[in-house]
Ligand binder design. Structure first.
Ligand SMILES: *Cc1c(COP(=O)(O)O)cnc(C)c1O
Length: 356
C-alpha cells in the first residue's frame, strides 16, 4: 500500500514508559504508548503535523465538542509480523471512513495521506509498543474534536486531530449471548448511525445496561421505525448463516456503520464461492430459521474480535440457542484466515496490509 511523503515535526520523550507496562497482563485500552500524533485545524486549514510525547490535553471549558458532541473516532490495530515488520490492516479504509464521518458531522476532512503517514510515523517511533507475543496488538485510536471556545451551536472553526495507541492483549472472544432490541434505537434513517460519532456510543449505554441486567452481553439493534429489521450490534456488524448462505443487513441503510471487518468477510466468502446476500434482514426470518434449524451461525464482525460468535439470541423474552461453535465451519475458517492475514502469515493477496 503506497502512501505520500509528509513532513512531520517529531518531539521525542526523554524516557520511555514501556518498562512500567506489564505485557503479560494487559487490560483493554488502559495503557498508552509514549507518543501521540497531533494536528490542529484553524483559519480554514490544517497546521503542522506533529508527534509529541503522550500527554493530557488542556481545553477551554467552553470547548464545543464537550457541549454539543462534534467528535468522531476510528479504531484499528497494528500487529508485528515474523520479521519485525509492523502490519496494519486496511488503514486506508479507516482514513476514508473518518472523512465520511467528518462530513456528516460538519467537521474538517483530513487528507488521507496525512492520516496514513502520521500513523506510519507514530508506529515507527513507538514500534517497541507493538508486541510480537501471540495475539497481542497495538490498538490505534484516531479521533477528532471540535475545539472552538464558544457556547453556541454552530460548526466549530477549529479542530484537533489526534492518534493515540494502546497495547492490548489477545482478544478471547467467548461466544456472546445477545438480545434483539425492540424498544430503544441506536440510529434512525437520516440520522448519524453511519458516522463513528462519539454520541452514538453514549446513547447506546443505557439500553445496553438494561440488557446486561437481563443477562445479555450485547444488543442487536433493529430499525427505528418498525423494529422488525435487524441492523447491527453496538460495535460490530452482524452476519447470519442460513443453510449454506451468509446473510447480512445491507449497508445501503444509513443507520448501519460500514464495517471494514464485515467488508473483508464478505469479500473473502465470495472469493471462496460462498453465497452472500446483503439485503434487508427481518427478525421474523431469523426467528423462523432458528425454529426450523436452518440457522447455522450468527456472528459479529468488528476490529476488536474480528469475528465474535453469537451463542444465544434473545427476542421478546425467549432465548434461542445456536449450534456449537465447532460446527460453524464457514465463520471459523474465515476467522482463521483473517487472523493469519493480519499477522502476515499468509500472502497479502488483496493488498490489505500497510507495512511499517
Ligand atoms: C466500528 C464499528 C463497527 C465495526 O467496524 P470495523 O471497521 O469492522 O471495526 C460496526 N458497528 C459499529 C456501530 C461500529 O462503531
Amino acid at each position: 500500500m503506497a502512501t505520500d511523503t509528509v513532513n512531520i515535526k517529531i518531539t521525542k520523550v526523554d524516557n520511555s514508559r514501556i518498562e512500567s507496562v506489564d505485557f503479560e497482563n494487559l487490560p483493554f485500552g488502559k495503557f498508552f504508548s509514549d507518543h501521540m500524533f497531533e494536528m490542529n485545524y484553524a483559519n480554514g486549514k490544517w497546521g503542522e503535523p506533529t508527534i509529541v510525547p503522550f500527554q493530557n490535553l488542556s481545553l477551554h471549558p467552553a470547548t464545543s465538542a464537550l457541549h454539543y458532541g462534534q467528535a468522531i473516532f476510528e479504531g484499528l490495530k497494528a500487529q508485528k509480523g515474523a520479521n519485525g515488520e509492523i502490519l496494519v490492516f486496511r488503514p486506508d479504509m479507516n482514513a476514508k471512513r473518518f472523512n465520511e464521518s467528518a462530513k456528516r458531522m460538519c467537521m474538517a476532512p483530513i487528507p488521507e495521506g496525512i492520516f496514513l503517514e502520521g500513523l506510519k510515523s507514530l508506529l515507527n517511533l513507538d514500534r517497541a509498543w507493538v508486541s510480537s507475543k501471540d495475539g497481542q496488538s497495538l490498538y490505534i485510536r484516531p479521533f477528532m474534536i471540535a475545539t472552538d471556545d464558544y457556547v453556541g451551536i454552530r460548526p466549530s472553526e477549529r479542530y484537533k486531530f489526534l492518534i493515540i495507541t494502546s497495547p492490548v492483549g489477545a482478544y478471547y472472544s467467548e461466544p456472546v449471548k445477545v438480545k434483539i432490541e425492540t424498544k430503544y434505537t441506536r440510529a434512525a434513517a437520516g440520522g448519524v448511525g453511519r458516522a463513528k460519532a462519539a454520541g452514538n456510543y453514549a446513547a447506546s449505554l443505557y439500553p445496553a445496561k438494561l440488557a446486561e441486567e437481563q443477562g445479555y452481553r450485547q444488543l442487536i439493534w433493529t430499525d427505528a421505525k418498525t423494529h422488525t429489521y435487524i441492523e447491527e450490534a453496538g460495535t460490530m456488524n452482524v452476519i447470519f448463516q442460513i443453510g449454506d448462505k451468509l446473510i447480512t443487513p445491507s449497508e445501503e441503510e444509513d443507520t448501519i456503520l460500514k464495517g471494514i471487518t464485515k467488508r473483508s468477510v464478505v469479500q473473502i466468502a465470495k472469493e471462496w464461492g460462498i453465497e452472500v446476500e446483503e439485503r434487508k434482514v427481518t427478525i421474523a426470518e431469523i426467528i423462523e430459521a432458528m425454529e426450523n434449524g436452518t440457522l447455522k451461525d450468527a456472528f459479529g464482525a468488528g476490529t476488536a474480535a474480528t469475528i465474535a460468535h453469537i451463542s444465544e439470541i434473545g427476542y421478546e423474552g425467549k432465548d434461542y440457542k445456536l449450534p456449537a461453535i465447532e460446527e460453524r465451519e464457514i465463520s471459523n475458517k474465515i476467522k482463521n484466515y483473517i487472523s493469519q492475514y493480519k499477522s502476515g502469515e499468509i500472502e497479502d493477496k488483496f493488498d490489505w496490509l500497510m507495512r511499517v
